[in-house]
Design a protein around this ligand. Structure first.
Ligand code: FAD
Ligand code: PHB
Length: 388
């Protein structure tokens, strides 16, 4: 088989890239290790920046998002039982959209099926070859047979644990990493959210987040230790842990119920530099990870895809290498700003240090955020997404 761009991974990055390339007449094949059902079963992101919404519109998959997505004008931060509101609308004129990653993935999969572009699910032993030369290839196994795809470029969109980044010789790549000593235990439940807006909670018992998917479906997270065993978290235990971290009003409004999904995500900051290796380009979590506190991971995957799709379109339509040559630098400039913001929000809101000095600094910084218009504006600008 031959294609122009072989895309590894059918997460949001790979599917969005495939859709944008197809729109510009660029052939592409997606290879995904899992089944489509497995990919759709992963509950992850919930907050989408306006620039990501715009890109999904450009890809022609925004209809359901506009019909069902919830526009949020602001966010709330609860510090030791007292809630504060930060209005994105007033501070920046912008808003964010709350719409689940699983829904975005479904919209992208449906869009891809509608145009008949190929995705090979359950592709095993994917291997990348010769990307430093002129004729890259990808090999894989599916249906008990070995296959090979010859291509012009490979897009590594296969997430943090994927094969693309690992295929690059160690001498060609630099990894920057910070692992936090905690994770997020998240549950999804068909209960109404405690508030119309997200509530990020700072509390001596630890961080919590009250989020949502729809007016009848809530998503809650609490900070947990990395050693935690998910099996030991029966639903009742989760509700008992989150309840005391909330303010009185939220506690009163909290409706508990059975969870329909429960998972633990470790918190990590990671950046691999550069993001281009000959004819291989990394995009999304394959190249960088942020802790989920700033809601930036999927949005960064989308911004990488924006730069990469434009660069590939320029390459094929205008025979210009400029976009491809600048891809890594442009993407990384945005990545590092999101890394900084996600690290800052993580350090501000979690119980990480038992040193009272560090805890007092957190409270002083939160107080400054609520009192200073400049600090609140900086927060809001980063949360809603910086302009390209
Ligand atoms: P992935 O979604 O990881 O997709 C990679 C795909 O590649 C997967 O389908 C995988 O199966 C496939 N793959 C892996 N290895 C191979 C292989 N060898 N061969 C073939 N295929 C392979 N981000 C936000 O912007 N906002 C939020 O509110 C937010 N909240 C989050 C909450 C949680 C709890 C978590 C865990 C994450 C959150 N994120 C959020 C981050 C977001 O989910 C990720 O950044 C996003 O999924 C990255 O998309 P991706 O396509 O780059 O990678
Ligand atoms: C979510 O709804 O899953 C969510 C929201 C905000 C975050 C992270 C996750 O910062």
């Amino acid at each position: 088989m031959r294609t122009q761009v072989a895309i590894i991974g059918a997460g949001p990055a790979g599917l969005l890239l495939g859709q944008l390339l197809h729109k510009h007449g660029i052939d592409n094949v997606i290879l995904e290790r899992q089944t489509a059902e497995h990919v759709l079963g992963r509950v992850r992101a919930g907050v989408i920046e306006q620039v990501t919404v715009d890109l999904l519109d450009e890809a022609g998959v925004g209809a359901r998002l506009h019909a069902d997505g919830l526009v949020h004008d602001g966010v709330q931060i609860c510090v030791d039982g007292v809630r504060h509101r930060l209005s994105f609308k007033e501070l920046t004129g912008k808003t964010v959209m709350v719409y689940g990653q699983t829904e975005i993935t479904k919209d992208l999969m449906d869009g891809r099926a509608a145009v008949g572009a190929p995705t090979i699910y359950s592709a095993h032993d994917v291997a990348l070859h010769d990307f430093f030369g002129q004729k890259p290839r990808v090999t894989y196994r599916a249906g008990g047979k070995s296959h090979e795809i010859a291509c012009d470029f490979i897009a590594g969109c296969d997430g943090f644990h994927g094969i693309s980044r690992k295929s690059v010789p160690a001498s060609a790549i630099t990894a920057h990493e910070r692992v936090y000593p905690l994770g997020w235990l998240g549950i999804l439940s068909d209960t109404p959210p405690v508030s119309e807006e997200l509530i990020y909670v700072h509390h001596p018992l630890g961080f919590a987040l009250c989020s949502m998917r729809t007016p009848t479906r809530s998503r809650y997270y609490i900070q947990c230790s990395l050693a935690e065993d998910i099996e030991s978290w029966v639903d009742e235990r989760f509700w008992e842990e989150i309840r005391p971290r909330l303010d009185d009003e939220a506690r009163e409004r909290l409706v508990t119920g059975p969870s329909i999904e429960k998972s633990i995500a470790p918190l990590r900051s990671f950046v691999a530099e550069p993001m281009r290796f000959g004819r291989l380009f990394l995009a999304g979590d394959a190249a960088h990870i942020v802790p989920p506190t700033g809601a930036k991971g999927l949005n960064l995957a989308a911004s990488d895809v924006r730069y990469l799709s434009q660069a590939l379109v320029e390459h094929y339509a205008e025979k210009s290498a400029a976009g491809l040559d600048h891809y890594s630098e442009r993407a990384l400039a945005r990545v590092w700003k999101a890394e900084r913001f996600s690290w800052w929000m993580t350090m501000l809101l979690h119980r990480i240090s038992e040193n009272p000095f560090d805890q007092k600094l957190q409270l002083a910084e939160l107080d400054y955020l609520f009192r200073s218009k400049a600090a609140a504006t900086a927060f809001a600008e980063n949360y809603v997404g910086l302009p390209y």
